[in-house]
Design a protein around this ligand. Structure first.
Ligand code: PPS
Length: 564
């Protein structure tokens, strides 16, 4: 067959591509998932050298047990093609299979060498260091899958997966190496990241690169798992601004296709080997590299373990471990220094939560922390709450006062005139949006999620949605909270006026009819009302006027920064 050992990529000559395309017409095919697409891209572009395809069973077992391929080469993470039981039953060893992207475009032909049943527990223990899914999200994800099989075999590449975003930045290993050579860079420090980067990061990378006498490859993870996600585009634009802040001929930006395995030390070593394949001589490793948890007080892997493992293998892998040293700002001297060499109290830092808070509240972000152009990108994507849309979702029994409060709020917001307002009262919705629905649990939930959908569209476009249905069930209220808070503000107001008071008011005669048995399934009488678990505001209108209730809500909105 072919010897891919030293080829630049696994993509074959275009004359052979023509033959493979014809062959593929008569082959069984597999459309690869998002994760599988990133793996195949790194295989085809040789970011995972020396792999010339998916690991066979012998290599897989050897990687799990010894962190080495069967021939002894260090390789810490298994890379096989996973397929469902049903798909596996149609495949056999020796068969050639067409591998496609999600639109069915042919990427490669795989010649199957092995097919075997996955062993999630064995893999979890070896790769992630635990069989306990409750302690490691990625282990849990392995267990959550239906039974799957692995396939090993060599690949003949037809095309790399196509990307339409940031095409200039999607450098393959050979293109990266060519750029290094053109720039005269013999030593290059690879920097893997998926975070926003600011001034402290610049100082950190520059100091590390200078110490190693190296230039820098800023190599963030290209993540299009959520196409249309503004955040991703903002992040890449911020990286573009970030590299402009470096001295000339010092840093190159390339996006890397990468399906992250939060396997701590093993993942760090794997990332280092991939960067070696992209031409780097050094690789920056954090104390908590590839840990599944971001909070400092809850790490899964021992602090520093990733750095130690990458350093231990550096002779063999040929890439030197450079520890990531956190930098902090010394306001008295207006300089950045290593955090470990200073008393913490003297340093100023802004955590990512604090940055998020400042963006939300429209607060000042100091020049020492980030660059003006990066702040501007962030502010555009994450406008302050005073410029975001929001939904006020009033829930409570019939007669609790929801509609009256909503109507007064409508008037107040119309007076303010700073955002368009829409009232989605229970009655209005039932007349216009849910006219065919009755009052079963299923219909009520459907009614509430419909309201949630409309409110989310209003919120996304910067408006105010006022909703006032009974909404008796937590599940549909929770679904609305999740949907709407992803695109703006969501304020749940529990109008907790007791049943006795509501029944006493009984403007529509609903409760009287329910007691007389004329209407069945009335909320509070013969149908349940689950009180909200975590409402943002609770208002009992027994003793207060509608205007007083509205005042409470307006104060809350001011405190939270939605109105100024
Ligand atoms: S839900 O549960 O959220 O879908 O209900 P909602 O859309 O808010 O509709 C409630 C109004 O419909 C009238 N109505 C009933 N309510 C509760 N249970 C039963 N069986 C029922 N049948 C009719 C009732 O007058 C509610 O009006 P409001 O404005 O809430 O008083």
């Amino acid at each position: 067959m072919f010897n891919f050992e030293f080829s630049e990529s696994l993509i074959v000559h275009f004359r052979r591509v023509e033959i493979l395309r014809r062959e593929a017409l008569s082959l069984q095919d597999i459309d690869l998932s998002e994760t599988q697409l990133t793996d195949i891209e790194l295989l085809l572009n040789r970011g995972m050298y020396p792999l010339d395809g998916y690991m066979n069973r012998e290599n897989y077992a050897s990687v799990l047990d010894t962190m080495r391929l069967a021939d002894g080469t260090v390789f810490p993470i298994p890379v096989c093609l996973d397929v469902s039981e049903k798909a596996a039953s149609r495949l056999e060893v020796g068969q050639r299979v067409a591998l496609n992207d999600q639109e069915g475009v042919l990427l490669a032909i795989l010649t199957i060498s092995d097919i075997w049943l996955s062993e999630p527990e064995r893999e979890a223990e070896a790769v992630y260091g635990t069989v306990d899914g409750s302690r490691h999200p990625q282990v849990q994800a392995l267990y959550d899958r239906e039974t799957f099989w692995y396939i090993g075999g060599t690949l003949e590449g037809v095309s790399l997966p196509v990307h339409y975003d940031f095409q200039d930045l999607r450098l393959t290993p050979s293109e990266t190496v060519r750029r290094f050579t053109m720039n005269g860079w013999r030593k290059v420090l690879g920097f893997h990241t998926d975070d926003y980067l600011h001034c402290a990061h610049r100082e950190m990378v520059l100091a590390a690169a200078r110490e190693a006498g190296a230039a820098i490859l800023l190599h963030p993870v290209a993540d299009l798992s959520h196409p249309g996600d503004l955040d991703y585009y903002t992040q890449v634009r911020c990286y573009q601004h970030f590299i402009d802040r470096f001295p000339p001929n010092m840093i190159l930006l390339g996006l890397m296709p990468f399906a992250s395995r939060k396997a701590g030390p093993r993942a760090a070593l794997w990332q280092a080997i991939i960067r070696k394949n992209y031409g780097c001589s050094h690789f920056m490793v954090a104390e908590d590299h590839a840990d599944p948890y971001v909070n400092d007080d809850q790490k899964f892997y021992p602090v520093g373990a990733a750095q130690r493992l990458v350093a231990e293998y550096q002779e063999e892998t040929g890439i030197v471990m450079v520890p990531q040293k956190q930098m902090g700002y010394l306001p008295d001297e207006k300089i950045y220094v290593e955090v470990s060499q200073q008393e913490k109290e003297k340093l100023e830092t802004i955590s990512s939560q604090e940055l998020q808070r400042r963006l939300t509240m429209g607060a000042h972000i100091p020049e020492w922390f980030s660059y003006a152009e990066i702040v501007e990108e962030l502010q555009r994507t994450f406008p302050p709450r005073s410029r975001q849309g929001f939904t006020i979702f009033l829930t409570g029994l019939s007669g609790s006062g929801k509609s009256t409060i909503a109507k007064v709020l409508l008037v107040k917001f119309l007076e303010m005139r700073d955002r368009p307002v829409t009232l989605l009262d229970g009655d209005i919705v039932r007349k216009n949006l849910s006219s065919e629905l009755r009052f079963s649990r299923e219909h009520r939930n459907l009614n509430i999620t419909r309201i949630g959908f409309v409110a989310s569209e209003i919120t996304k476009n910067g408006g105010i949605a006022l909703c006032a249905p009974i909404a008796p069930y937590e599940s549909s209220r929770q679904a609305n909270r999740e949907l709407i808070s992803s695109c703006g503000g969501y304020i749940e107001v529990y109008v907790s006026t007791p049943l006795a008071v509501c029944e006493n008011r009984d403007r529509k005669g609903l409760y009287a009819k329910a007691r007389a048995g004329i209407i069945k399934g009335v909320t509070g009488i013969t149908d349940p009302y689950d009180p909200p678990k975590n409402p943002d505001i609770v208002i009992d209108t027994t003793e207060i006027t509608p205007m007083e209730a509205v005042q409470e809500i307006l104060l809350y909105l001011q405190q939270q920064g939605y109105i100024v």
